[in-house]
Design a protein around this ligand. Sequence first.
Ligand SMILES: [Zn+2]
Length: 160
Amino acid sequence: MKKIRVGFGYDVHQLQAGYDFWLGGIKLAYEKGAVGHSDADVLIHVICDALLGAANMRDIGYHFSDKDPKYKGIDSKILLRDVMKLIREKGYEVGNIDSTICLQIPKVNPHIPEMKKCLAEVMEIDEEDISIKATTTEQLGFVGREEGVSAYCAVLIEKA
Ligand SMILES: [Zn+2]
């Protein structure tokens, strides 16, 4: 019988001037960027966490410690590639991914096709199996005050 499992991820990063803004594997042109030990790509981080959760393999911080200088400033696409390797080693393949980015500005929607293409390549899955949605928080909370970016992700993985 086919084994199907669900996973979920949530992550937040601060936005500050003087940092690059990596989101969904691409660099956005904006006066602020996301702050973190890695390149702080919040969308990739929630996808990694959702995949690891689905496979019951802890979380991104467990595998790639933010205390480890090896991961300082690392391209999160490398982490995502490693996570895909981990879940495939356990016999799983991705069914589908559904994610939501919460960001007040800049607008995410125009960049979604490029993000999907980039992530599909890194994960070696179909673009059709990656959904990326974007929302503002109507000026409310830390996202609304443009102090941070957050994201949520649900995934389904399966093994034959
Ligand atoms: Zn993160």
